[in-house]
Design a protein around this ligand. Sequence first.
Ligand code: GSH
Length: 211
Amino acid sequence: MKLYQNEISSATSRVRIALVLKGLTAEALPVTILGEEAESRQAEYRKINPQGLVPALLTDSGVLITQSLAIIEYLDEIKPEPPLLPQTAEGRALARSIALAIAAEIHALLPPRIGLHLKTTFNADADAVAAWSRHWVDEGMAAVETMIAGRRQGAFAVGDRPSIADIFLFPQAISARRMGFDLARWPNIAGIVAKLEGVRAFQENAPAPRR
Ligand SMILES: N[C@@H](CCC(=O)N[C@@H](CS)C(=O)NCC(=O)O)C(=O)O
């Protein structure tokens, strides 16, 4: 397998964590994602992934899978152990709700292309883009904290082993901390992140800081 990826990418971090938890490897194919000239924005990469995003996984049979949740569920299907989805239907639904609350409602408002569009079309300066990002992280993470707090029954976000909920939560929480948020304002998230920081797959695959 080959993984189109970028080291600062939170969505890539999710897939890299899942690969390690599964004991799978994928050859890394780096794609730059910052600035107007980023490789992710060029026609050549759009021929590979029409959305111009990382991560994208090329399977051994040459099929390209995009979107981190789809990639991780694919990995879970080709190598079922250890499972990345909880055992009950309700647990699986909750884990997917948390993963999507992060991917679709928080992270989707933050990537480089969003900041670039705010700058070029709406004349937002760096401070305005930072305020935009802080707003969506603050509101979104507070909602995720409440979702977890209401139904938490184990050491991790859903149950007693890391699931897709933790895989999506961890990189977002690390990014929030880098933005200056004290995770203690979200006590369940802070506790889960502290636990995940002791798990090698998470420890070694957090998104790298933007330089
Ligand atoms: N929903 C997608 C998000 C992918 C995404 O936004 N990736 C970012 C990096 S974290 C990217 O490629 N950004 C390029 C850009 O914004 O121009 C997923 O979960 O895979």
